[in-house]
Ligand binder design. Structure first.
Ligand code: F6R
Length: 363
């Protein structure tokens, strides 16, 4: 069942290039340049979307907020379901609400969906289990096609959620007149290149295992990122604490000096997720503030980023260059492998971490 892997989590991390390619194949026309989404997915009259989920799925929404806003110019709100459902926020009748859930059975997300139903133009779910309650109760459900996910820590479901959300953001951009056929084709080709780039990232597994040997000694670890890399920092920290039980926090790089920098000393590893994009120099300057206080920096970037900013760091990981918009999907891989190998180094139960359930059907 584990197909030669030691753990389901390792197998599911390794499957990502294949399942993402499957999802892309499903939602992109055979010409490779057009979208193949159900006709009900038409954002022409939608003026806002609200995305609601829990845990890792909520970080997928958080990344997608950047896509909807930057690519489609569509205002996007995000919330965690346990807050949303009791806050009972006002929702516009011309807005859509999106619910993202691997299991489709998460109690808070389901309750949030039931609340939104009477308040928005359409409820849309992005789920892995097509027969689930959330899939059945939403007006429209889009499967992420990740296949069964057994590891309690979500990996391939997360990147497949991101993939489907990216395609939805592109559809919104087309429907809102923000993207012409050529622009769409360019984005789709960038997405179709991702599985190959992810294979490259997977090949860094041994280098990551070596770094993880040292991370396993830490008490606290910080993850930093800017833009859509900020939610990836949150996801990296969640994954690490879930399976290695090391205390980890993700922060937006720019928040560092508003508090968390007080934690930095030579014992605190700081993992900086920073592709060489438009925000790179800002993030690097935050990283230098960490190094000036003797923080142990692991810089995850591409070759150009590592060449420009790698000196003086504790360690670097060089990923292939990714299309800037969709880099978060690629950077999920090293975040997952860091958590996995750190847990292995600590000897914890990777597939069945303590206190956690795969599907949270009670609040
Ligand atoms: C983290 C993780 C959880 C889930 C969350 C939502 O690795 O797996 O944070 O993402 O419990 O679950 P679903 O997606 O089933 O609604």
């Amino acid at each position: 069942e584990k197909a030669g892997f030691k753990h389901f989590m390792a197998k599911e991390i390794a499957e990502q290039p294949v399942v993402i390619a499957d999802a892309l194949k499903h939602y992109i026309g055979t010409d490779g340049t057009s979208l193949n989404l159900p006709p009900e997915v038409d954002f022409a009259t939608v003026d806002r979307i609200t995305m609601v989920a829990c845990g890792t799925a909520s970080y997928a929404c958080h990344v997608a907020k950047y896509w909807f806003e930057q690519i489609a110019g569509l205002p996007a709100e995000i919330d965690i379901a346990s807050e949303f459902r009791y806050r009972e926020p006002p929702l516009s009748p011309t807005s859509w609400a999106l619910f993202v859930s691997q299991s489709g059975e998460t109690a808070d997300t389901l309750a949030a969906l039931r609340y939104a139903k009477d308040h928005v133009a359409k409820t849309v779910s992005v789920v892995n289990v097509p027969t689930s309650s959330i899939a059945r109760e939403s007006d429209l459900s889009l499967p992420i096609l990740a296949g069964v996910e057994v590891g309690v820590a979500s990996t391939k479901a997360f990147t497949c959620q991101l993939t489907v959300l990216a395609l939805l953001a592109l559809k919104a951009a087309v429907d809102r007149g923000r993207l012409d056929a050529a622009g769409l084709a360019t984005h789709l080709s960038a997405l179709r290149n991702l599985p190959g780039l992810m294979n490259h990232a997977l090949s860094l597994s041994q280098a990551i295992a070596d770094i993880a040997e040292e991370l396993a000694e830490a008490q606290d670890i910080l993850f930093l990122g800017r833009g859509a890399m900020y939610p990836m920092a949150l996801e990296g920290a969640l994954k690490l604490k879930e399976i290695s039980y090391i205390h980890a926090e993700g922060y937006a790089s720019g928040e560092l000096k508003h508090g968390p920098i007080a934690l930095i000393d030579a014992r605190v590893p700081v993992i900086v997720m920073a592709p060489r994009d438009a925000l790179f120099e800002k993030t690097v300057s935050n990283m230098q503030e960490v190094m000036a206080r003797h923080g142990k920096v692991l810089l995850i970037s591409d070759a150009q980023g590592v060449a420009e900013a790698g000196s003086g760091t504790w360690a670097t990981l060089t990923l292939p260059e990714a299309p800037p918009a969709f880099a978060p999907i690629l950077y999920a891989v090293p975040a997952q492998l860091l958590a996995y190998h750190t847990a292995i180094a600590k000897g914890t139960d990777v597939d069945q971490p303590r206190n956690l359930a795969k599907s949270v059907t009670v609040e």
